[in-house]
Structure formats: C-alpha cells, structure tokens
Design a protein around this ligand. Structure first.
Ligand code: ZN
Length: 256
C-alpha cells in the first residue's frame, strides 16, 4: 500500500509510542465497526438519524411510553449487529492485546465485535446488545433467548418473572453510563502511559473526556480516525486512515 509521506511518518511515530509504552489503553468508537457494516447509530449525519429523531426513539422515555416505536427502531439494528463479523481492525487490536501490547480496550460500541475478534479485556461504556434487562426484577437475560420470538416473530421481549417489557442492556438517551464500567475506565486512563484512540471523533460526551483525563495524567495519545478530533492537537501521532486498513498495518509494525 502506498501511503502519503505524512501518513507514513505519523504511523512510524505511532509505532515508536507503542513500543515505548508499558500500559497502553485503547479507546474505540463507532468508526471501528463501520467496516463491519454497522452504522454509526449515535452520530448525526450517519444516515440513520435522517429517518428518526434519536430523542424520540432511542430514549428511556420512548422505551417506557412508546415501546412499539422503540423496538421498531432497535430491531433492524439488533439483527444487523448479531449478523456482523469482526473486521481487520478488531482483529489487529485483539492481536496487540494477546501480544501484551494493549492492556484494556474501552469501547463505546455495543456490538461485542472486539470480543468476537478474540479480545479478552474489554470495558463497554454503553452496555451491549447481548443482554436484556428487567427494570423491575433487575434480572437480565441473554438476547439469544429472544432471537426467534422477537427478531423473527416480532413479539416484544418480556420478563419471564413479571411480564414487564425487557430493556436492551444498552445506554439510551437520558440514561447514565454504567457506574462500574465508568470507574474502571477512568482508573485505567489515569494510570495509562499511552492511549490509542481508534474510530471515534471524540464527540460523544462524557466518554470522550476519558482520553483527555489520561493525557493530563501523563499518557501519550495516538489517534487513528478518518476525520479530525478535538484532541488532535495534543496527540503524539494522528493517523488519518480508515481503521480497517491502518490498524493491521500498525499492528504488524508494532509486533514485528
Ligand atoms: Zn421482571
């Protein structure tokens, strides 16, 4: 692959930062799953929200008051995610983790593709699509149990104990991020000496404040994203590449 000179230079810098780091934490966003065919469902302009107002459908209020609208929105997304396969970016990160170059992957994604690629240590800031939660009993159930009844026969998923509608264990608008995941992620970013940011333009708060917190506690930032991010000016290297192309290239050099 022929790369522009500046991109090659930034890649080489990124490799140096990787090689001289002991505690590298990775931070990923929707961009890393786009090559797997999963649209960036939170960002405006992704195409998905041209049809819906996110606050109207993807919020806790919508789930409670207009569950049909909520589940109509979620259903195709859930089917899409369940059928998606990890792409070379997920696999490269899992390889870096297996080789001990990456400690933990913190993700804003709900699709579990990091785990499907073989990553072991993953913190999910926005929950994941694999579980359904009863808000009354506080019990959760695997989505797999409802795959036929909900995703194929379109019967809304209900709690076997109390018959309440089950909420997917993903963070909706109006909901807080899960406290445990947040605290772990924060602690990791504070002790990291490197944070590698991939496939996110760092626009979703409060999650995007984590790399910033790492930076102010001494971590060097390396960013791989097609569009610019607010932290580019602070980063030791900024690689303007598609993650599915750039990450395998980077991982090969780091592991060489
Ligand atoms: Zn229940």
């Amino acid at each position: 692959m022929t790369l522009p000179e500046e991109t090659r230079y930034q890649l080489d810098r990124a490799v140096e930062v990787f090689r001289s780091s002991q505690r590298c934490v990775v931070f990923t966003g929707a961009g890393i799953s786009v090559p797997s065919g999963i649209p960036d469902f939170r960002s405006a302009g992704s195409g998905l929200w041209n049809k819906f107002d996110p606050m109207e459908v993807a919020s806790l209020t919508a789930f409670r008051r207009r569950p049909e609208v909520f589940f109509n929105w979620l259903e195709p997304l859930a089917v899409n995610i369940l059928n998606a396969r990890p792409n070379p970016a997920h696999i490269a990160l899992a390889d870096l983790q297996k080789a001990g170059r990456v400690q933990t992957i913190i993700t804003q994604n709900i699709d579990r593709l990091h785990q499907k690629a073989g990553a072991a240590d993953v913190i999910e800031l926005h929950g994941n699509i694999d579980r359904l939660l009863c808000l009354d009993c506080r019990l959760d159930f695997p989505l797999e149990n409802y795959r036929l009844s909900w995703l194929e026969d379109h019967t809304l998923p209900r709690c076997p104990g109390c018959d309440a509608l089950l909420k997917p264990d993903i963070v909706l608008y109006e909901e807080m991020l899960p406290e445990d995941a947040w605290e772990q992620a924060e602690a990791l970013c504070r002790q990291a000496d490197m944070i590698f940011i991939a496939g996110t333009s760092l626009e979703v708060m409060p999650a995007s404040s984590l790399p910033m917190e790492g930076y102010y506690n001494g971590a060097r930032l390396v960013i791989m994203n097609l569009s610019r991010t607010p932290l580019d000016g602070l980063a030791a290297a900024v690689i303007p590449m598609d993650v599915a192309e750039g990450l395998p290239l980077l991982a090969r050099s780091v592991l060489a």
